[in-house]
Write a protein that binds this ligand. Sequence first.
Ligand SMILES: [Fe+2]
Length: 494
Amino acid sequence: MGKNSIFVNNNESFMKHLISTIFTALFVACTAMAQTPAAPVDFYPPSVVPDRIIATWHDDPATSFSVNWRTSINVSKGIAQIQKAAAGPDFDSVKLGEATSEILINDLHAAHYHSVKFSGLSPETTYAYRVGDGNIWSEWIHFTTASKGVKPFSFLYFGDAQNDLKSKWSRTIRQAYSDLPKADFMIHAGDLININKRDQEWGEWFYAGGWIYQNMPSILTPGNHEYTRITPTEYKLTPHWRPSFTLPENGPKGLEETVYYTDFQGARIISLNTTAFLGHKKDSAAQMEWLDKVLANNPNKWTFVTMHHPVYSPAAGRDNPVLKNSLKLIFDKYNVDLVLQGHDHTYARGGNNLPEGSMVMDSTGPVYVVSVSGPKMYLSSMLSWIDRAANETQLYQTVHVNGDSLTYAAYTTLGDLYDKFKIVKKAGKSKQFIDEEPFGYQEQINLSPARLDKMKEEERTLWTIRFSEYKARKKVKEDNYRKSQLAKKPAKKK
Ligand SMILES: [Fe+2]
């Protein structure tokens, strides 16, 4: 019994020790698991198959274009093939182009980025191209060069995509494409992504647009989210920008591929880098000097500027007086037609200061637009410069240019017409602005009671004042519009 009791006691002690050890080990393991961050998921890893294929222009759109794509680092060289497209399936007269390749190491992996510049092409010609390494290829992709001269054209314009690119921005770019698949190009007004170092966000941006990017060239201007702040006055462009896109290098030194212009069928399209402009005096001075020259020597009838930070801010509590006192003066001096912007995550169109109730006016200077294509939303300032506003609405825009006239339209991501105007520029006459605001599609400006409830009292009071002033202005405009429509109707015969 004694032995047994010793034995039993020893056994109990051993079991207690064992159980205690197991629990301790489990606790330590669980704690360690809780403290060790999960390895980030690489949703868009590169492979030997080309992806992130995107067409841009680096030079004359009538005779050249560029293509960038990505592979894993196992693919050491990039090759492109091109020939005139034909309906027949035989591709036997291809020209070969060798790509420039560079490595990009991001937060998840290393990848090779390849870029090829096609030149010496014929205007108004559809080509078929493919990219790869000589063994593994993309599909054959059609791309049509521009006309050498003036010819009608159209394009898409997107404000900030930035957030939830796969989940909520994809529907906007896909709706835009399905509405205007023959657009000659698309403009992205900056903040394509949110955190510029995250490969997943770039992966989502390319996923959302997919093969649309391959045959409809993009004109891209960087926003503040394409930059990383190093010190309060020092910014660095995302390492993804230059490997991913091949853009013109006709801008000021040091700002190549962010400040540039492209001439397209009678229009000059200019990209300005407002992050650099607002960040460094030398970069603003360089852009001002460059812009003045580019506009002074502009043979085109139409001039459009795309830039990220807006001259007139439509978001409550935001303003960019520096841009009003600098770029706006140059835009007015050279009678720029459109300034297409982003940054403020709300929709606003205006700047012409139409007299209250007027729908047509002689105009100089640009129409300013701020738009948002992604899901991040700010509250509209509803200030007096705005002729059409929207709160909490994802939009895309189409612009058609045909000789003397330009037609602009904004659509919701559902494809509903939200805003419209025309600009007419006849020889010997002043530029005319014609407001075609679709009164039938009500402005989305009301805030929900829940949103109003969340506001501080002072904020809610200011909003209520702005809201009622805006509504009063719009009522005058809408009443006069209806009167003018009634006046157009022929009198009934008695
Ligand atoms: Fe921004």
